[in-house]
Design a protein around this ligand. Structure first.
Ligand SMILES: [Zn+2]
Ligand SMILES: [Zn+2]
Length: 371
């Protein structure tokens, strides 16, 4: 057994970069998965890496934040120690800083939950990958809009998407695969374009289409995240050269929903969504501060203040007011505790996986409150 990497002092949290990476690679033995989990937990922790790493019999999928000065060492860690993960590409996020608090390394059943039996298609029958630049140039130059499918969920595509994209109104990837098959039905000879956040969903759904006789399936390598990075780089290069040329025009509008505490990073300034409570233009996600509710919602600064960070339902406002009141009393009676982190359940936690439709939930509560 090789030695574990030695620990070093924690770097400051603003000195982190966020990377995502994945690879489909069969790891059929449970024993091997446990070993990988053990090593990742030890080694990544020692490098002060935080985030979520998922491993399964299908491969690896991860979003992590790594200290900036260790990014090269982190990449080398994979290339030297893990020859089974030889196809990993590290995909940097647009914004910098620590996007996660802790490190989780979990063994999962399926890397992406689409419920499709792996024996029914060939994951190695890959779609054509376009770099962000190729994707940008090709889609910008097409005379007629192509079949372009957004493979993300409604709460992701509602705050940002590519121009002319078909955006299935779905809450899970499984539903989106069904929608995709419907959209593509009978179009085996046409070019199909698809994209997702980081590429993993399209690697899978693209292979599914290819295995079902579709000739040309093109996908964006590194997903919206890589495209956002490309647009950012173009803008920076233009600014540095001071060419006075028009800004490179992003064909993606709005925000890229991200699966970390930021819940999104802007690619353009356009605001495509509305506050779920009052309807004003807004694309900032948060979770209801009543932890028992924790609804993932878009709420504007005015509504945040008015409803104390909750979703605005009477019971959530009441609950948070009550807890705030108790907290104030504790703070008053025990001033020594004030600086402590433990609060009375009024801190929201970020949970993108709560796949609910805020407008429907709010509407049903309004109806109930009238009964
Ligand atoms: Zn509002
Ligand atoms: Zn609520």
């Amino acid at each position: 057994m090789r030695d574990h990497i030695q620990r070093t002092p924690h770097p400051p949290s603003n000195n982190y970069v966020t990377l995502s990476y994945y690879q489909f690679r069969p790891i059929p033995q449970r024993e091997d998965l446990l070993k990988i989990q053990h090593y990742f937990l030890n080694d990544l922790r020692a490098m002060d890496v935080v985030g979520r790493v998922y491993i399964s019999a299908e491969g690896i999928n991860a979003q992590i934040s790594c200290p900036r000065d260790r990014v090269e060492a982190f990449k080398a860690y994979y290339s030297t120690n893990w020859p089974i993960f030889d196809k990993i590409r590290f995909n940097p996020a647009m914004s910098e800083g620590k996007a996660f608090k802790k490190l989780h390394v979990r063994i999962k059943g399926q890397l992406v939950a689409d419920g499709i039996d792996n024996s029914t298609f060939d994951i190695d029958n890959e779609p054509t990958y376009l770099s962000p630049e190729e994707w940008h140039k090709e889609l910008s130059s097409l005379a007629t809009p192509p079949i372009l499918i957004d493979m993300r969920n409604h709460y992701e595509s509602s705050i940002g998407h590519f121009e002319n994209a078909i955006r299935p109104d779905v809450t899970t990837f499984k539903e989106n695969v069904d929608a995709m098959l419907d959209i593509c039905k009978g179009k085996e000879d046409q070019e199909i374009y698809m994209y997702c956040t980081g590429g993993i969903r399209c690697t899978r759904s693209g292979a599914l289409l290819k295995s079902n006789g579709f000739k040309t399936v093109k996908t964006l390598r590194g997903g919206v995240t890589a495209y956002g990075r490309y647009i950012q780089d173009q803008r920076e290069q233009q600014a540095a050269a001071d060419k006075g040329e028009e800004d490179v025009k992003s064909i993606y509008k709005g925000k890229n929903f991200t699966f970390d505490k930021r819940l999104g990073e802007p690619i353009t300034d356009e605001v495509l969504a509305q506050c779920h409570i009052c309807g004003t233009a807004c694309d900032t996600y948060s979770n209801c501060t009543n932890m028992a509710c924790n609804l993932l919602m878009i709420s504007c600064p005015a509504c945040q203040q008015k409803h104390q960070g909750t979703c605005g339902s009477g019971s959530c406002v009441e609950m948070v007011q009550e807890l705030n009141e108790k907290q104030r009393k504790i703070d008053k009676d025990h001033p020594g505790l004030r600086g402590m982190k433990a609060r009375l359940g009024i801190q929201p936690f970020h949970e993108h996986r709560l796949r609910v439709r805020p407008l429907k939930v709010m509407e049903s509560r309004r109806i109930k409150s009238r009964l």
